[in-house]
Design a protein around this ligand. Sequence first.
Ligand code: DGL
Length: 283
Amino acid sequence: MGLTDRNSAIGVFDSGLGGLTAVRVLKKILPNEKIIYFGDTGRVPYGTRSPEIITKYALDDMNFLSSFGVKAVLIACGTVSSVATDALKKAFNIPIMGVVEASAKKACILTRNKHIALLATPATVKNASHKKYIDENYSGYSIMGTGCPMFVPLVENGYVSEDCKVTRIIADEYISTLKAFSPDCIILGCTHYPIISSIIRDSAKEILGTDVNIIDSGAEAAHEIKSFLEKENLLSDRKEGSVEYYVSDETYGFKAAASLFLGEQIENVTKIDIGLYHYEGKQ
Ligand code: DGL
């Protein structure tokens, strides 16, 4: 299958459930595309690991998706986008898009006071890729990053309902760190976080005392990939789209959470051995 085949699938991956925040939007704006989703549920979380390990995992994930002859890949993971995009682009001859630029751009458009907060995994905050991108392309913006390591396990374990007290306490803890900075815009730099965006929004409203713009990184990146496919004349001409889901651990937890989040019953989830896709090439 050629890389430029318009009816090839779009590959999307994340460490777990977070990338579904991009899939939900892709299904809406590109309803005729075939999507292959991989959630590395056997090795989640990524965001508390070292850049070396994150890059190693991401290369395997890409290797798996590339076996489908995908026409483009959306890294629906803030951590991988921040830490490993360059390594992935070097290793694979496939158009690859991450979530950093799209969300940083959107934040610069929406903020009025030019104070942008980034809630993300510790690895993403440490990498400061949003700040680098904004500093290189805009001027006068301040970015403050807060690592939120507890959010991913809460989401992966289903603590996502709007009235979940546990997640709200943790959200209050993280949002409190932003009080003195007074952002009017918060980038959810980890794709897991939009799953609990109403809790984050309520917490921000109470603690910061105002309504802030909340940016969903996966959703922004989904719009970018659509523009890219349009520009390259790579939109599918299928009559109908589809999504195949693959995970690297048991499927039941993913199925239940994905069905809840996407608002439809997900059955076609396949467990794979990601070890078989270990990337051996040079980095
Ligand atoms: N959803 C991911 C991100 O956007 C990864 C979270 C994790 O595995 O720690 O950063």
